[in-house]
Design a protein around this ligand. Structure first.
Ligand code: SER
Length: 342
């Protein structure tokens, strides 16, 4: 039996997973889409994929079965506990975020060996991998490159940074002392800024104040952001996040000069985001209360990142700058999203 070329998406029921499935599903002659998540895939997406597996990235038996059933060409590894959730249960986060990634990397090296070609492993990392030492440095640092200020203060950030290193290890040095060298993994990683979708809400992140203020306002609810008004980090809207994942996956191997790439669209303060929301919904009731302990986490993330390597190596450019993100994507889509409920 010839096995069909397959794309495996972990964390498929998260909001990046949703975006990826919607984008990949209609493509002509696409590989089979096999999706894995601890939760059953949202009903609206069930008809768009070839197989839905409800399961855990920690279940190595399940992963072995997948490896024998499918010819896995590409893995989009999205499954993770986000930064806020991880702080409430750091050891669980470590298991899911790190051991889960090791399990998938191991599946990839073994699978690559059987098919005689490395598996493409696209990993979603995060600005949480950074740790700015203080607000002064954050303000003066400008656009931070991939290799600076890597001292994360969250379990999630530590996990993401370590998994970036694991990706490099499995790609280049796996079992480097054994007589037969491994085929490795074609590991490629984007470090995402805060993501904003008009369709879905994230669960358990710390950049969530941005999507939350928009979704609450669109439902005519008041919203108290858990950060100061001047809190600034880079953001990107979901269509650009999906664009980045697919562009990196499609880039010719010889153009990839590094394992980890920053990608970004716009860097704005929470106050500036709120102003944009108010422009569209003048009745918006958005306030700021920075007493929340999460303030410290967002303050440790850079105000902006340098994504010139991605732009240079694989032609990264976001479709949505700040104005366009709101005018052409967020506001019109979210109006449609809540029209029937408001
Ligand atoms: N959005 C993520 C979080 O807040 C950061 O990548 O955890």
């Amino acid at each position: 039996m010839i096995r069909k070329n397959t794309i495996l998406i972990t964390g498929a029921d998260g909001e990046v997973g949703h975006g990826l499935i919607r984008q990949l599903s209609p493509l002509p002659d696409r590989p089979a889409l096999v999706v894995l998540d601890i939760r059953k895939l949202d009903r609206s997406l069930r008809g768009l994929v070839d197989r839905i597996i409800v399961g855990d990235v920690l279940d190595t038996k399940l992963l072995e079965t997948l490896s024998t059933e499918y010819e896995i060409d590409t893995i989009f590894h999205l499954a993770a506990l986000l930064s806020t959730s991880s702080e409430f249960n750091p050891e669980t986060a470590h298991r899911v975020n790190v051991q889960g990634t090791v399990n998938l990397l191991k599946l990839s090296v073994d699978h690559g060996l059987t098919r005689g070609k490395p598996v493409k492993f696209v990993y979603a990392s995060s600005i949480a991998a950074y740790g700015m030492p203080n607000l002064e440095t954050k303000t003066s640092a400008g656009k931070v490159s991939e290799d600076d200020y890597l001292h994360p203060i969250t379990m999630y950030g530590c996990n993401k940074l370590y998994c970036e290193h694991l990706g490099r290890y499995y790609a280049r040095y796996y079992q480097q002392l054994s007589a037969t060298r491994s085929i490795g993994v074609d590991f490629r990683c984007v470090r995402f800024p805060g993501l904003i979708s008009a369709i879905t809400l994230p669960t358990g992140g710390t950049s969530d104040y941005a999507p939350e203020m928009l979704h609450a306002t669109a439902q005519r609810k008041a919203y108290a952001a858990f950060v100061r008004e001047d809190t600034t980090i880079p953001f990107m809207v979901m269509p650009d996040a999906i664009k980045a994942l697919l562009a990196l996956a499609a880039a010719p191997r010889e153009q990839i000069t590094r394992q980890v790439y920053n990608v970004s669209s716009f860097s704005r303060s929470a106050g500036q985001l709120a102003d944009m929301v108010k422009r569209a919904f003048p009745e918006a009731a958005i306030s700021f209360k920075s007493s929340d302990a999460r303030q410290n986490i967002v303050d440790s993330w850079p105000a902006d990142v340098d994504d010139s390597a991605a732009r240079h190596d694989w032609g990264w450019a976001p479709d949505y700058g700040f104005d366009r993100a709101f005018d052409d994507y967020l506001i019109p889509t979210i109006r449609g999203r809540y029209q029937s409920t408001t």
